[in-house]
Design a protein around this ligand. Structure first.
Ligand SMILES: *[C@@H]1O[C@H](CO)[C@@H](O)[C@H](O)[C@H]1NC(C)=O
Ligand SMILES: *[C@@H]1O[C@H](CO)[C@@H](O)[C@H](O)[C@H]1NC(C)=O
Ligand SMILES: *[C@@H]1O[C@H](CO)[C@@H](O)[C@H](O)[C@H]1NC(C)=O
Ligand SMILES: *[C@@H]1O[C@H](CO)[C@@H](O)[C@H](O)[C@H]1NC(C)=O
Ligand SMILES: *[C@@H]1O[C@H](CO)[C@@H](O)[C@H](O)[C@H]1NC(C)=O
Ligand SMILES: CC(=O)N[C@H]1CO[C@H](CO)[C@@H](O)[C@@H]1O
Length: 452
């Protein structure tokens, strides 16, 4: 182990001892009871396309495994010819990049395994594990014909400094950040968003038209809450972009609940008046210049403005004392992350097949997670500056978190069973809710900074 990593671990151990004791372990009756007593409103904001090493790569908080604490991490220009040289992670990223990295299923395959068509039997058997070495080559394959190779490499390998993302830095230092939270699906945005809301993308591996045609038949969190008399609203940024994710599901239409999908402006009014639903789900705008999801070529600083305004609206509102704000991302967007995604149970028997740039087909069995994504728990009920490591399954096994962990935890809060085996096996996080409220949560976050 690198000496600075060891120091980080020691500092982390010391820091966790100072945190007030938690009610109990995940999945325990006492932790669930505490969650239900403290949290009445859950707000979920899902941003776009950033990995932990990219967006939080410059955060110096001990215990977060990233380039500044544990790196640099490097990728070869060519996975089959190391003699062509390597490029390593470095500080300072672009506020906005124009060459959106590959995040199709096959792009993720190349980035993780160095092949568009890795051997599924060997993946499932544990003999083939991701090396995370193909990010640079895949970026060059996509854009190399008309762009500078050095520039392209830095687009996927570099990370943001604490000064470049002051809003996120303040949130990391004041609340809980996850070190091992992965996207549910090693693929693009809509399948991951469907998985967050329902535990599965129902066999879909691309942003196909079924999402806008409301074609998804599986039970979603929205249907579940309505049928058990819990309230929800899905707010969406009217500049357009992702979702609204509640409209992926045919239930939202056939049961006439599209009135619960509303423009984001209404969120700010409801937050100020204390009229937020039990479950609030926010879709940012996406994906070009002027949008606020952090998706390239939208600016990171515009995404920080959205996060700041949502946080400050909640913090100033009368419901703050009962609120848990979950800030997460859909997937890694093709940005490098050095932590290999683990295997995970299939949610259902479905699979997804697509033709790759090599001409061969690849079938995704949905039996593994995608790359690490930034996720924070923000509430007066969580510890300050906590870095959560792996979680535990209901069987007590260590496991990486994913969007399914939200459904697993909300099932404890609002009394519903896991929708499928993936959600059943997901670690929950109700043990991170403390037994007493903090009175030192920041009222305001710093102003975002625009840069190159
Ligand atoms: C990578 O190196 C191999 C072996 O030298 C070569 O055949 C291949 O064309 C190179 N790939 C790219 C994308 O340059
Ligand atoms: C490529 O980009 C790098 C970094 O921006 C720059 O230093 C270098 O001069 C560029 N090379 C060419 C050939 O333009
Ligand atoms: C929800 O409320 C309705 C109307 O009050 C009631 O009939 C129904 O039993 C409730 N359902 C649940 C699951 O509590
Ligand atoms: C939904 O609205 C339509 C049109 O008003 C109506 O015909 C249908 O019965 C409603 N469905 C439900 C489940 O309320
Ligand atoms: C690849 O998959 C596509 C889509 O499922 C299918 O139409 C096609 O026949 C397959 N091609 C090969 C070579 O298996
Ligand atoms: C990696 C990835 O999927 N990126 C997605 C980011 O979001 C856009 C917009 O939804 C998708 O098109 C991309 O696929």
């Amino acid at each position: 182990m690198h000496p600075s990593a060891l120091l980080g671990l020691l500092a982390f151990a010391a820091a966790t001892e100072a945190i007030p004791t938690r009610p109990s372990q995940a999945h325990s009756a006492s932790a669930i009871e505490n969650l239900r007593a403290k949290v009445k409103n859950v707000v979920v904001l899902v941003m776009e396309n950033r990995s932990v090493d990219n967006l939080l790569g410059g955060q110096t908080i001990p215990g977060l495994e990233n380039p500044i604490n544990n790196g640099p991490f490097c990728n070869p220009y060519n996975v089959t010819n190391p003699a062509e040289g390597t490029v390593c992670s470095a500080a300072t990223d672009f506020d906005s990049i124009t060459d959106d990295p590959d995040h199709a299923v096959y792009g993720n395959n190349f980035e993780f395994y160095g092949s568009f068509t890795p051997d599924n039997a060997r993946i499932a058997g544990g003999q083939l594990t991701p090396t995370q070495q193909g990010f640079v080559q895949e970026q060059i394959r996509l854009y190399g014909a008309d762009a500078n190779r050095t520039e392209l490499s830095t687009q996927v390998m570099n990370y943001y400094t604490e000064q470049q993302v002051p809003v996120l830095t303040t949130l990391v230092q004041n609340f809980v950040v996850f070190n091992h939270w992965h996207s549910d699906i090693p693929g693009p945005t809509d399948p991951n968003r469907a998985a967050l809301a329902s535990g599965t993308s129902y066999g879909h591996g691309s942003n196909d038209e079924a999402f806008s045609e409301h074609a998804f038949p599986q039970r979603s969190i929205f249907q579940q809450l309505t049928e058990t008399n819990h309230s929800w609203i899905n707010y969406y940024a009217t500049a357009g972009g992702t979702g609204p994710d509640a409209e992926f599901f045919d239930w939202t239409y056939t049961s006439n609940h599209t009135d619960l999908v509303r423009p984001l402006e209404h969120f700010y009014t409801a937050a100020a008046a204390g009229h937020l639903s039990e479950f609030t789900y926010i879709n940012p705008s996406c994906c070009g210049v002027g949008t606020n999801s952090m998706h390239p070529s939208g600016r990171i600083s515009d995404g920080e403005k959205l996060i700041k305004s949502v946080y400050e609206a909640l913090r100033a509102g009368p419901q703050w004392g009962e609120t848990l704000f979950i800030l997460s991302f859909d997937e890694t967007g093709g940005f490098h992350d050095h932590v290999p995604p683990p295997l995970a149970p299939k949610p259902d028997p479905l699979s997804y097949t697509a033709t790759t740039p090599s001409g061969a087909n690849y079938t995704l069995e949905f039996n593994r997670l995608g790359g690490r994504i930034p996720t924070l728990l923000i509430s007066p009920w969580v510890g300050q500056g906590v870095v959560e490591q792996k979680g535990t399954t209901a069987q007590g096994q260590p496991a990486s978190y994913s969007a399914s962990s939200i459904l697993r935890t909300l099932g404890y809060l609002w009394d519903f069973a896991p929708f499928n085996p993936r959600v059943e096996a997901a670690p929950s996080f109700e043990h991170l809710i403390q037994s007493s409220a903090r009175n030192n949560t920041p009222a305001k976050l710093p102003p975002p900074v625009a840069f190159r």
